[in-house]
Design a protein around this ligand. Structure first.
Ligand code: AMP
Ligand code: MN
Ligand code: MN
Ligand code: MN
Length: 279
């Protein structure tokens, strides 16, 4: 029997994915995914539709979320897996977190206007299917569509990454709060794509110290955002810290993601998969 194809990180149009929840599940089914998680940014509004589609298509659906956190001057993402997406503690906290996004988007637009790019707020909103969830990805898509930059990655490199002119510092959730909301909803907290954070060695160690102290249990070892070396680095972290390991494409869409849903490398065999707790 072939091993289960598990992918526990993906996005729909409910945040900044290109496919609506049903189409995303359909793509996972076509790609042979047995178990997937929908993990939209700060939002669980797609889970009911995804679960219904998944049941029809014979795909296992783990209700999830990807929470934006501010830690040591960096934005860190904490994925929650196996959550009760109706848990009031979680639902209310996410609504509050989303409420800051609109003013942030307007400030980003103001910064871009200073660089000679007018109308970015309206442009980004046209790409956002969920008006409560305008992300930098929507700004990037607008700048590409309007011919300012050739592709999304170049937009981030020039305008939207930390330190670039269109970047606006924002206060997201505290790490302990994000983990506690996930736990209140009965879920497992996972450090998403750890190699992407620009943290010093000491801050990275403290991230895991505080994450574990708060009740966090897993880390994305295999990620669409990780190189093979980065995968090995965080496999070591998982072993040393006794964390469960996740396998996660972080699929947003065909044009933007290097790894398709369900097409990540396998986890190193000695690690305990986080899905051992989800099936
Ligand atoms: P936000 O939550 O508004 O800060 O937007 C974060 C999202 O922007 C991420 O989830 C990705 O979808 C996208 N993103 C961030 N950095 C990059 C990058 N360097 N290249 C492409 N997309 C990126
Ligand atoms: Mn995203
Ligand atoms: Mn992320
Ligand atoms: Mn993601």
């Amino acid at each position: 029997m072939s091993p289960m194809n598990v992918d526990l990180h993906s996005h729909s149009t409910v945040s900044d994915g290109w496919l609506d929840p049903r189409a995303l599940v359909q793509r996972a089914a076509v790609n042979g995914v047995d178990l997937m998680a929908l993990t939209d940014h700060d939002e669980v509004g797609g889970i009911d539709v995804a679960a219904e589609a998944a049941a029809e298509m014979g795909v296992g659906l783990v209700p999830g979320v990807e929470i934006s956190v501010s830690f040591a001057g960096e934005t860190v993402h904490i994925v929650g897996l196996g959550i009760d997406h109706r848990c009031p503690t979680l639902v209310d906290a996410l609504a509050e977190l989303r409420a800051g996004r609109d003013a942030r988007a307007q400030r980003m637009s103001d910064e871009l206007a200073r660089c000679g790019i007018a109308g970015a707020y309206e442009g980004a909103r046209r790409f956002a299917r969920n008006p409560e969830l305008v992300s930098r990805a929507h700004f990037a898509r607008h700048l590409v569509a309007s011919g300012v930059m050739p592709d999304v990655k170049t937009v981030f490199d020039h305008y939207l990454a930390r330190g670039k002119p269109g970047f606006v510092a924002h206060q997201w959730a505290a790490l302990v709060d994000a983990v506690s909301w996930i736990r209140a909803a009965g879920g497992i907290a996972v450090v998403a794509h750890p190699a992407r954070y620009r943290l010093s060695g000491a801050d990275m160690a403290r991230l895991f110290d505080e994450f574990i102290a708060a009740g966090g249990e897993a880390v994305e070892v295999v990620s669409g955002a990780h190189t093979a070396d980065e995968m090995r680095r965080f496999a070591t972290v998982a072993r040393q810290r006794g964390l469960l390991a996740s396998r996660a494409s972080d699929f947003h869409g065909e044009k933007e993601s290097t790894v398709d849903i369900g097409r990540c490398n396998p986890l190193p065999a000695d690690l305990t998969p986080v899905w051992s707790r989800l099936i």
